[in-house]
Design a protein around this ligand. Structure first.
Ligand code: GRF
Length: 221
């Protein structure tokens, strides 16, 4: 594709836990399904996460930047920015990153941060909807469809222009755990690599504050 920086679109992944979405990105890259995107670093918000083990096993540079080591949100943002500056990422992916990002960080990577959320936003999103809670919410409400959402990140939690969503059917026998596993398998691990690839291939159209994945490369304004 003309204009695409082959293998040179650098992607940093921020994680806090299991890292199965990170694993999906690593697998996509190994199978050459990420287009010109290349994972360049993994930053964890806490030590001893499975996500860090996955990063190390894949030979990716990894670092821990823990919120409790810093006295303020601004100091934490500055530390994260400094850590990432070494890698100069073109895109920052929040893949189960549970620590709040402040305005300094979000402003610095304006339109270059995406997040994956395990529901069809705006349902079951926002503060408090992490872990099993979105899935518990879906079951409590009796929803028949849930899914996952990838969106660009703005100042509000689980907010910002939606890039891609994939639905997943709720089954009568579902528990929050079963639903979580199926949403990951059938939606999250598919749409996150697809979004990274689309962004790296410059196939994202911004229009009136909304975003769309296109088949062809988007021409600059
Ligand atoms: C995923 O469900 C993701 O959508 C949410 O946090 C979870 C992280 O899981 N933001 P993992 O660490 O990728 O396994």
């Amino acid at each position: 594709m003309p204009g695409v920086r082959s293998g040179n679109f650098k992607v940093a992944v921020l994680v806090s836990g299991g890292g199965t979405n990170l694993a999906a990105l690593i697998k996509s890259q190994q199978e050459q399904q990420l287009g010109p995107a290349r994972l360049c670093a993994v930053i964890a918000s806490r030590p001893q996460t499975l996500a860090l083990d996955r990063a190390k096993a894949a030979g990716l540079p990894a670092a821990v930047v823990s919120r409790k080591s810093y006295p303020s949100q601004a100091a934490y943002d500055a530390a994260l920015l400094q850590t990432l500056a070494v890698y100069q990422p073109d895109l920052v992916v929040l893949a189960g990153f549970l620590t709040r990002l402040g305005p300094d960080f979000i402003h610095h990577y304006d339109r270059r941060i995406i997040n994956i959320h395990p529901s069809l936003l705006p349902s079951f999103g926002g503060s408090g909807f992490y872990g099993l809670r979105p899935h518990q919410g879906v079951l409590d409400y009796g929803c028949k469809i849930t899914g996952a959402t990838v969106h660009f990140v703005d100042a509000a939690y689980d907010h910002g222009p939606i890039l891609l969503q994939k639905p997943v059917a709720v089954q009568p026998e579902d528990t929050p755990e079963l639903l979580q596993a199926r949403v990951m398998r059938e939606a999250e691990w598919i749409i996150l690599p697809a979004c990274v690839r689309a962004i790296a291939e410059n196939r994202v159209l911004w229009k009136d504050g909304r975003v769309y994945i296109t088949k062809q490369q988007v021409q600059p304004d």
